[in-house]
Every structure is written in C-alpha cells, then in structure tokens.
Design a protein around this ligand. Structure first.
Ligand code: RIB
Length: 324
C-alpha cells in the first residue's frame, strides 16, 4: 500500500462542472421532448473528474480551475475537499456562473452531453502563472479542452519549462488544434470520436485507429493512448503499437469513463508503472466506473479495488515515465 510520503503527485488544469444527468429511454432527436425515468445531480467536468479519480486512488492532487461565486461553485469546492483534492488554485469569480453540463444517458449507458462552460471560460494565463508552484511540484500535469485553449497552452508550456510530464485529453475535440499543443504533450489521450474529429479519419478498425494515431504523432505528440471503449486502449509511439484489451462488462452509464481512464493513467504513471501496465489498470478502473450510474460517484476508490490493481505503485521522486 502506498504511504503518504510516496504519494504520486498530479496537477490538473481544467474544468469543473455540475452535471445534471437524466436517464432516458433513448437519446432525444432534435425538437423532441422525451420523458426521462431518473435524475442525478453530480460533480463533473472533465478536469475535476480526472483530478478526483487520481485522488481516489491515493494521489496527491492539486486542481487549477475556476468556479462561479454561486451555490454550485461552493458545493464543488466542498466536494474537492471531501475527495482530498488541493483547492488552493480553485478560484472563484462573480463574473460568470459555474460550469454546468446537461447529460442524457440512454439504456445502453451511452450519453449525450451539452456543456455551458461559464466560469471555466474565465481561467486565464495569469491564473496559470500564479499556480506555478503546484504545477512545478507535480510529476504529471493533465489538461483537457474545457478551459480556453490559450490557458491550456500556457499550462503545458510551463510544465515543459519545469520538466513536468504532460497528458492531454483533447476533449471536447476541436479540429485545427495548433501543433504546439501536440508538441507540448508527452501523451495525447483521445477516444475514438475525438480522434475522428481531430484527424478527419474513420476510427472503426484497429488499423484505422493506428493510422489516425500516427497522424497525431506526426503533429508532435510524444505518444498516443487511444481509448477504445469496450475494446480497451491502444498505445501508438514512433516505435510500437500495442493493443491493451479489457474484460467485457455491461455498462449502465458511461459518463466520465474516459476521465476515470485518464486520471488513473496519470496516477499509475506517476507511481512509476510502465505505460502498458498503467493502461491495463486504467482500462480496468474505467470498466468498473461504467457499471454504476453517475460521474465521480461511479469512480472506484483505492479501497474498492482488488489489491492487484494497486500492487507495486512505488513512486519515484522525479516520476519520469519512459514516454518522451
Ligand atoms: O467527461 C464527462 C464530463 O464531460 C462530464 O462530467 C461533464 O461535466 C463534461 O465536462
């Protein structure tokens, strides 16, 4: 078991939302009103989810984010505290409402999400500079695309200057991302849909997935870890392509599963596991998360995991993983 002195250190720069989740018989069509069967109010946001996942596994996690000066913002801060995430740089603004996401989940667990970024859009480059010490103190920085792109780029550039490794989850995906974003990413970690959007290539077969990942490598990513849902994940580097499968499960709600994967991947890499082993364990944790409803509440904590998933997580001081 990991002791506090050897906790993997992770910093997340990204979004924090409140998720309004409706369970529906099928995803609605344009113009249609559907009657849902259940509702959940959850803490979400891709950044916050990844931070909470890493903290639930035992990581020492700092979050850099912006929430509104409102009830949702206050509750999000309290949730970070409960989950053991450092909130020194979870800033609050009265210029916008907290971020919210309206989520519809169908019977097969698939979802459709609308995000209103609100305060997330007000996280600035100056906020990143102010958080220099927590970014520099981490072994791994995780970013996504739910805060302004220039803020994400500033965080990645700072991490590169401070010798901190980076994982970028390019979600929600946007075409025409600057090459600089890839060049500053040690690992780019998109899902299939995001990869299609980023590359303009179909990602149905493994061969197509590898081909699309190689486009992202060419743009400058150090490595690509593509998440493939029920097929597990795929590592593509300049030297190799390795498929890491996952045992099949019956999903009830896939909301945040990608975030469970990214947060776990960061934790295991900061704990000095090999990338293959980190992917195998992150696959298993994401698969556990889809078997329960909700976002962060569906993420397993260290105590819920079979000991084999936490074995050997010895954390090195510099946390260098082999992907450059
Ligand atoms: O990845 C899932 C997340 O996307 C949700 O928690 C929602 O808030 C959106 O950010």
């Amino acid at each position: 078991m990991i002791t506090p002195a050897t906790q993997p250190r992770i910093c997340v720069v990204g979004s924090s939302n409140v998720d309004l989740i409706s369970y529906v018989p099928r995803l609605p069509r344009p113009g249609e009103t559907l009657r849902g069967s259940r509702f959940r109010l959850e803490y979400g946001g891709k950044g916050a989810n990844q931070a909470v996942m890493a903290a639930k596994l035992g990581g020492q996690v700092a979050m850099v984010a912006k929430v509104g000066h409102d009830a949702f913002g206050k509750n999000m801060l309290a949730n970070f505290h409960t989950c053991g995430v450092d909130t020194q740089f979870v800033l609050s603004t009265s210029q916008a409402f907290s971020g919210v996401a309206s989520i519809a989940v169908g019977p097969d667990g698939e979802n459709s999400i609308t995000v209103v970024a609100g305060a997330n859009d007000l996280l600035t480059e100056a906020d990143i500079e102010a958080a220099r010490a927590v970014i520099g103190g981490a072994q791994i920085l995780i970013c996504q695309l739910e805060v302004p792109l220039k803020t994400t780029l500033a965080a990645l550039a700072l991490a590169r200057n401070l010798n901190v490794r980076t994982i970028v989850n390019p979600a929600p995906a946007q075409p025409d991302l600057p090459e600089k974003l890839y060049a500053l990413s040690n690992i780019v970690c998109p899902n299939e849909t995001e990869t299609e959007l980023l590359t303009g290539q179909a990602v149905e077969t493994m061969e197509q997935a590898e081909r699309a990942a190689r486009i992202l490598l060419k743009r400058g990513a150090g490595a690509v870890v593509l998440t493939l849902g029920s097929r597990g994940s795929l590592l593509v580097t300049a030297e190799e392509t390795i498929h890491v499968p996952v045992a099949p499960v019956d999903p009830v709600d896939t909301t945040g599963a990608g975030d469970a994967f990214v947060g776990s991947l960061a934790y295991f890499l900061a704990a000095d596991l090999t990338i293959m082993e980190a992917m195998r364990r992150a696959n298993a944790i994401a698969a556990m998360s889809v078997q329960s409803p909700g976002t962060q509440s569906s993420f397993p904590a260290a105590a819920d995991l079979p000991p084999s998933l936490l074995q050997g997580c010895a954390c090195a001081t510099h946390g260098s993983f082999s992907i450059q």
